[in-house]
Design a binder for this molecule. Structure first.
Ligand SMILES: Cc1cc2nc3c(=O)[nH]c(=O)nc-3n(C[C@H](O)[C@H](O)[C@H](O)COP(=O)(O)OP(=O)(O)OC[C@H]3O[C@@H](n4cnc5c(N)ncnc54)[C@H](O)[C@@H]3O)c2cc1C
Length: 374
């Protein structure tokens, strides 16, 4: 085999896996179609280190998020990756929502997040004097991170571990051969070439269902639906009125977690993302200025100082959802595919939020799958 392990996709998840595996294994390759890392979902998100509050008990999302956040904080300290453990408030703005946040607290406790505090107006006023809430849950372990610096550090460590990172090459075909897989690539000069790899890890984000189909796995329940989320910026100087993350109560089936307020490492504040399944899987990052009214109305409930003109369109990201509209919450799909007849082929599909938070824990989990395979 030309390679021992090949990882497809240099987003935050693929990079974390590359760093981890190259520390233990020889001949690890990371293949990315763009000319550098993090050009898709990993650089179009809220950059929140989630606490792991909302997910279904014992799901991978829950377990990898809770483990991943601590691993991520430790990693940031070790490598000086910028982060801010600023905390988050989930706000109830009506009597009905107070009952909902109590329920969220119970879910969080079942998930091993036992540090949430239910606080009243006085304490809310001390933490965030400019917001409106009757009650709130305060999550002290939530934070924000500079995701570009994180990916850069993963890349640096992977390279130092002798991982071969190949940018500008798209995987166009995969076929099973004795003892591994043959991978076809198209480089940025439109040259085609092939190589072989014992293990293949599909971490290709929005097209991970297509890459899985290349090897022969056709499964309707793993079809990705592009689900767009747009953000609006809170213009200066009002960005200075918020110091933490502020979330409304989430939608019932967690298609998204409500238009929330996130701060970033540069002092910016944004509102969003909203949730819109796209009709087809196209990379549509266009911003919809006409959504400003809906964002304004939604956020005004807990940001009383907000005026319509305080907002400007900022950016959009696309979630790789395997959960169809209206369906219950789906888990990450992380699977070594021996049972389907593809030993040593590891799929990561539906890696939406909290994929950034969980990235180091995901890498550890995938390393465990490989140990079991070899
Ligand atoms: C709006 C939004 C907000 C979010 N907010 C948060 C948050 O606050 N906190 C959090 O924890 N998570 C958040 N997430 C989720 C997080 O961004 C993702 O889980 C994470 O970025 C997924 O990383 P990835 O490496 O799997 O995918 P990607 O970043 O999409 O990387 C996949 C890579 O594979 C490459 N690729 C695809 N096909 C091929 C091919 N055939 N050949 C070669 N390369 C290929 C792509 O070019 C891409 O670089 C959010 C997501 C969205 C959309």
């Amino acid at each position: 085999m030309d390679a021992n392990i090949t990882i497809i996709g240099a987003g935050v998840v693929g990079l974390a896996i590359a760093e981890r595996l190259s520390a233990e294994h020889k001949d690890v390759f990371l293949i990315e179609k763009h000319l550098t890392f993090g050009q898709e979902t990993s650089s179009r998100n809220s950059e929140v280190i989630h606490a792991g509050i909302y997910y279904t008990k014992d799901s991978l999302k829950s377990r990898l998020c809770v483990e991943g956040k601590w691993l991520l904080y430790d990693y940031c300290k070790k490598y000086n990756v910028p982060y801010n453990n600023c905390g988050k408030l989930i706000v109830a703005t009506s009597e009905e929502e107070i009952a909902i946040i109590e329920g969220i607290r119970q879910t969080a406790i079942r998930n091993g997040v036992d540090d949430l505090l239910l606080i009243g107006r006085e304490q809310i006023g001390e933490l965030e004097p400019n917001i409106f809430a009757l009650k709130a849950l305060f999550s002290p372990s939530t934070g924000i991170i500079d995701s570009h610096s994180l990916m850069k550090q993963f890349e640096t460590n992977a390279i130092n571990n002798s991982c071969q990172i190949v940018y500008g090459s798209e995987v166009t075909g995969i076929s099973k051969i004795k003892g591994g897989y043959k991978i076809s690539l198209l480089d940025s000069d439109k040259n085609q070439y092939e190589f072989t790899s014992g293990i293949v890890i599909n971490s290709s984000g929005l097209t991970s269902d297509k890459v899985s189909e290349m090897v022969g796995i056709n499964d309707d329940s793993l079809k990705i639906l592009f689900c767009k989320g747009e953000y609006f910026r809170l213009n200066p100087p009002k960005n200075r009125l918020i110091k933490r993350l502020v979330y409304p109560v989430p939608h019932q089936n967690m298609e998204g977690i409500g238009i929330h307020v996130t701060i970033d490492m540069g002092g910016g504040v944004k509102l969003g993302p909203d949730v819109k399944y796209l009709e087809s899987n196209i990379y549509d990052y266009k911003l919809t200025a006409s959504k400003q009214e809906a964002f304004y109305i939604s956020a005004k409930k807990f940001l009383p100082f907000l005026e319509f003109d305080d907002l400007s369109p900022e950016m959009a990201g696309i979630r790789p959802k395997i959960q169809k509209p209206g369906e219950p919450l789906r888990d990450f799909y992380i699977m070594e595919e021996t049972n389907r007849g593809y030993p040593g082929f590891i799929n990561l599909i539906g890696m939406e939020s909290p994929g950034l938070t969980s990235s180091i824990a995901i890498a550890k989990y995938v390393n465990g799958l490989i140990r079991d395979t070899i």
